[in-house]
Design a protein around this ligand. Structure first.
Ligand SMILES: Cc1cc2nc3c(=O)[nH]c(=O)nc-3n(C[C@H](O)[C@H](O)[C@H](O)COP(=O)(O)OP(=O)(O)OC[C@H]3O[C@@H](n4cnc5c(N)ncnc54)[C@H](O)[C@@H]3O)c2cc1C
Length: 509
């Protein structure tokens, strides 16, 4: 029987990110992916939010995405633009890049890390016991894993097989999306009418001075709100033609479609992100309307939160309870996204009163304080895990400040490239005995003249030392003599070396 420490069902953006994180942390992981290749049959995410670019920067791969995409102010709330150019981040913008390119770049990275991806196979079932999970594959094989993670999308079989509830809201609106060729030049841009919001654009575009400039000719991307809800059959070219005529009065000589797909605003979230040895991440854990462009982004960030924790548990360094912090931290993040997408869906409804509400919200968001709060929320930069009282950095993303270190100038994010925890000491070197954690936590002595500034909160007191988790969130900040530091090290990265050898029975893998 094939055995892995972790099996991941689904090699979309979430599954690939998680596999990379586990591999960087020295875990034996394999992905099972239904698709025969990484090609996407249909368009999905159109880009990356600021925090996701930061997350990729923490692993040294942000440039791969930036070099292919279009830097732009992409955030909005219910179609109301939100500028983040004054935010304290190196990426005070988003990135326009279609999901097929994002997946290709991620697959390239995962390939460099030698993660095995078993393509053209499906996970068809799973059963767990006290020591592991038996995973059934579509070719009849059974694999054994210590943990199974369902990154298998909104219809997740992993979630269903584990019996995890997926409560939420049924759809209230349905849309068609397609990539087509047309004989005539269509009306490009957004149109709002009694049916809802519609848009036509080109696959090839550039952003110049904040404006989208479409290429000449080439394939056209169409997104249309449908007149009726509840169609479950695969959409056809004829459905698309009828929907175009209903909105624009013409189908612009619609010739062919590379693909046509349908999506709705169904909004659901897994009641639990973990059931024993089965975990969920990405769309398997939460689905919602794509307005605001969150799904792929929070999936990648789920993976960043879970990867190092799961690696520490399977490698015997931390007790299983560490995995419960994954649900505790990530469930509220997606719950908030579900709430704001539902609010935005309501704001996009075609109704004069809703239009009046939209104008009111737009006025509100033109004020600095509300704009900052909403923009930080929509770009993922304000995520704050509740780690209790303490320094304002606690539980928040560490800012990427420039440092002077004995090895020369570094950035905070470059310290995280190996996906290891870091104790950044900005005070006198050697203020704390790190020997018991030296095999797990890198200590970096540095000086820093920059201001510690957080989105929305503004400048905060410069800490003497910061304990940074591999996902870039601050686990502790203060003076090295603080008695809370050993507690934080133990809680997040396992007991001191002498203790874990006796406390934790499984050897390090
Ligand atoms: C029209 C549209 C526009 C969107 N726009 C945005 C946007 O602008 N920004 C954004 O962030 N998000 C956007 N999204 C959402 C985004 O596409 C998803 O949130 C993202 O793809 C989720 O990634 P994932 O890896 O969790 O799941 P998926 O991408 O669904 O990947 C799941 C993978 O699992 C595989 N799989 C499924 N079942 C099995 C099985 N049993 N065994 C093995 N493999 C299996 C599938 O083949 C797939 O590769 C949009 C979505 C839509 C529909």
């Amino acid at each position: 029987m094939t055995e892995h420490q972790v099996v991941i069902a689904g090699g979309g953006p979430t599954g690939m990110m998680l596999a990379a994180e586990l591999t960087l942390a020295g875990t034996d992981v394999a992905i099972v992916e239904r698709r025969a290749s990484q090609d996407l049959d249909g368009s999905r995410a159109g880009g990356l939010q600021s925090r996701t670019i930061e997350v990729f920067d923490q692993r040294g791969i942000a440039d791969r995405f930036l070099s292919e995409g279009q830097v732009a102010q992409v955030q909005s709330f219910g179609g109301i633009p939100l500028d983040i150019s004054d935010f304290p981040t190196r990426y005070n913008h988003g990135l326009g890049l279609w999901q097929n390119h994002i997946e290709r770049i991620l697959a390239g990275w995962v390939g460099e890390l030698d993660v095995p991806i078993h393509r053209g196979r499906e996970v068809t079932g799973s059963t767990q016991d006290d020591t592991g999970v038996d995973v059934e594959l579509s070719d009849g094989q059974w694999w054994r894993a210590q943990y199974l993670v369902g990154c298998d999308g909104g219809r997740s079989l992993t979630r269903k097989a584990a019996g995890i509830d997926f409560p939420g809201w049924d759809p209230s609106t349905s849309s068609l999306i397609a990539e087509v060729e047309m004989a005539e030049e269509p009306e490009l841009g957004i149109r709002r009418d009694a049916l809802g919001t519609h848009g036509i654009g080109k696959v090839e575009y550039e952003i110049r001075d904040g404006e989208i400039v479409y290429g000449e000719g080439g394939p056209v991307r169409v997104g249309l709100t449908e007149a009726h809800l509840g169609r479950t059959s695969e959409p056809t070219l004829r459905d698309l033609s009828e929907a175009l005529v209903a909105v624009y009065g013409t189908d612009y000589g619609l010739r062919t479609a590379t693909w046509v797909s349908r999506f709705t605003d169904m909004t659901r979230q897994a009641a639990s992100y973990r059931k024993g040895r089965v975990l969920l991440a990405g769309d398997a854990a939460h689905v919602h309307y794509p307005v605001g462009g969150h799904g792929l982004n929070i999936g990648v960030q789920d993976a960043m939160n879970l990867g190092w924790k799961l690696a520490q548990v399977v490698n015997g360094r931390s007790p299983e309870g560490l995995l419960d912090t994954y649900h505790a931290e990530r469930h509220p993040v997606a719950a908030r996204v579900l709430q704001t997408t539902m609010a935005q869906t309501a704001l996009l409804r075609p109704d004069d009163r809703i239009e009046a509400l939209r104008e009111t919200v737009s006025e509100l968001l033109s004020m600095d304080e509300p704009r900052k709060r909403f923009a930080a929320m929509m770009s993922g930069l304000d995520i704050h895990y509740d780690l209790g009282e303490g320094h304002p950095l606690l539980g928040r993303r560490v800012p990427d400040l420039d440092l002077d270190t004995p090895d020369g100038p570094r950035r905070v994010f470059t310290l995280l490239h190996d996906a290891r925890p870091v104790l950044l000491n900005l005070g006198e070197p050697g203020g704390f005995d790190m020997t018991p954690w030296a095999d797990r936590v890198e200590v970096v002595d540095a000086s820093c003249s920059g201001t510690w500034e957080l989105p929305v909160l503004g400048a905060v007191a410069a800490p003497t030392a910061v304990l940074i988790r591999p996902d870039g969130h601050v686990a502790w900040a203060g003076e090295p003599a603080d008695p809370a530091l050993p507690d934080a090290l133990t809680s997040w990265f396992g007991p001191p070396a002498a203790a874990w050898r006796t406390d934790i029975s499984r050897p390090i893998g």
